[in-house]
Design a protein around this ligand. Structure first.
Ligand code: HEC
Ligand code: HEC
Length: 449
């Protein structure tokens, strides 16, 4: 069926069900859709976007004081060790010079003003912390909707997520002991008011920032890390867990917000152009995008192999990324997971993510809310535009060059249909988080030596 004849057929179908058919292009509500299309699109736009589900793993997750402290932790660079990679040469997009310490914060790779994604690193694909990360930093807008985190499911508790950047020589290049000592030095009162008394860490001696992490990049990146004193001390770990619980209380509040698409579904006839309306129809029809980008946040929160041949497009070596088969296994073995002693409760979340053969080369479906603001796409950051992503899905993914078995299939969209689909994706932008959450907080000064 050609584009024109499809349009005529759909308008004819709509005429049969809707009195609004025939209104001028671009000024019409969703009434012209078939009942089937409307059913699919309503699942993506249920009237009001659901609030984050309760998280029993963190009893502080809705504590306002914890959120205020978590915001400071999120912006504070003083938990990070030395920058290891010579790519840190002080020019635009780097956080400092090789060898400098205390330069990396969460906000350095999840830039609040840019929708909590990395708009800062050179090339804006993967992130440059202490060195280059191996995957792209996802946006944290709507992160509270996810129980299983990361592209590969490596974490099932938001409170444990900071351990990755802190102990990764590519990110903070730091250690939990150094972080716990910095909290004791800079945040003692605020921490203790919420979480109770800090442990006495004097026995370890004060860690100098230059000694916080690795001295040089480990050979077996991305898995290498340096074993540091305190890594197996539950009292030290507990302090960083509580830091994570505070940060979660903060990140839980950041959202993309309702979009023009939602306003259109809600009856605002002017909210979407004709092109965007056709894109919505393709998204749930010929594109079959909502089989994975399902529900109000346009993600099923599951892992799929879409047949992506990794291509980093610059000097970082391409590696065979096993995705969720490795990530979910590591999550299950992690003492910091939702079944472990640092979790405040367990809600059966792990059982919803069995490790099957389909998890090899599978990555978590990203939310498409606020998608147009991302400077690059996919876990590799290899696509630079939404057009490129849609071209990729339209051809059914790549033929080879990835682990596992792809679920993708060719879609046969015309150039016009592809453009309509991209226009729809752009209509998923929201107003962004409450500006209060974005403004940098005042951080406690360094105490006199
Ligand atoms: C050097 C860059 C960098 C820094 C610094 C950093 N992150 Fe990330 N973040 C990433 C990358 C890359 C990923 C994706 C990792 C993966 O999936 O393998 C990620 C993933 C996440 C996720 C999972 C999001 C999702 O939807 O799955 C959360 C939450 C997160 N980071 C929070 C934080 C917090 C909190 C901090 C500070 C303690 C932080 N990040 C510091 C780069 C960074
Ligand atoms: C089989 C499940 C599945 C289907 C069907 C699917 N996607 Fe995806 N989509 C994913 C997964 C998984 C990723 C991340 C893959 C990766 O990074 O390796 C993704 C990534 C994306 C991204 C990039 C987002 C980002 O932050 O990097 C966009 C945009 C996107 N999909 C749009 C679409 C559109 C449009 C369609 C329909 C033509 C579609 N997807 C169909 C699962 C799916």
């Amino acid at each position: 069926m050609t584009r024109g004849s499809l349009r005529i057929a759909l308008v004819a179908a709509a005429t049969a069900v809707s009195a609004c058919a025939g209104s001028p292009d671009g000024v019409r509500g969703p009434n012209w859709l078939t009942a089937e299309q409307r059913r699919h699109l309503s699942a993506l736009s249920p009237g009001q976007l659901p609030a984050p589900p309760a998280d029993p793993t963190n009893r502080y997750s809705d504590d306002a004081r914890a959120a205020a402290l978590g915001k400071k932790f999120f912006f504070d660079t003083r938990f990070s060790g030395p920058l290891l990679d010579e790519a840190n040469n002080g020019v635009s997009g780097t956080l400092g010079l090789q060898g400098e310490t205390e330069k990396v914060a969460c906000a350095g790779c999840h830039v609040p003003q840019s929708g909590f994604l990395d708009s800062r690193s050179p090339r804006r694909q993967i992130s440059l912390g202490s060195s280059w990360t191996r995957r792209r930093a996802p946006s944290l807008l709507t992160v509270a909707q996810a129980q299983i985190l990361n592209w590969d499911g490596r974490r099932d508790t938001a409170f444990s997520q900071p351990f990755t950047p802190i102990e990764d020589p590519l990110e903070f290049n730091s250690s939990r002991l150094f972080v716990a000592q910095q909290i004791a030095r800079l945040y003692r009162d605020e921490y203790e008011a919420i979480f109770g008394q800090l442990p006495n860490l004097d026995a370890y001696g004060a860690v100098d920032p230059s000694q916080a992490g690795c001295d040089e990049l480990p050979g077996d990146v991305p898995h290498g890390t340096c074993v540091k004193p305190g890594y197996d001390d539950d009292e030290v770990t507990r302090v960083v867990v509580n830091m994570g619980k505070a940060i979660q209380a903060y990140t839980r509040r950041i959202e993309c917000g309702a979009s023009r698409f939602d306003r259109w579904m809600g009856g605002d006839e002017h909210a979407l152009t004709t092109e965007e309306q056709w894109g919505a129809v393709i998204f749930v029809g010929k594109g079959a995008c909502d089989s994975c980008h399902a529900g109000p946040f346009l993600t099923d929160q599951k892992f799929h192999n879409v047949g992506l041949h990794p291509d980093f497009a610059f000097f970082i070596p391409v590696f065979d990324d096993p995705g969720a088969s490795e990530g979910l296994a590591a999550m299950r073995a992690d003492p910091l997971n939702s079944k472990g002693g640092f979790s405040d409760g367990y809600d059966g979340r792990q059982e919803r993510y069995p490790i099957t053969s389909a998890m090899l080369g599978a990555f978590r479906t990203p939310s498409l809310r606020c998608v147009s603001r991302r400077p690059s796409f996919m876990h590799t950051g290899q696509f630079r535009s939404l057009d490129d992503v849609v071209i990729f899905f339209n051809r059914g993914g790549d033929a080879d060059g990835f682990l596992g078995v792809s679920e993708n299939h060719p879609r046969g969209l015309t150039d016009e249909e592809r453009a309509e689909l991209v226009a729809f994706l752009r209509a998923l932008d929201g107003d962004g988080p409450d500006p209060e959450l974005v403004v940098p907080p005042e951080l406690p000064p360094d105490p006199p030596q």
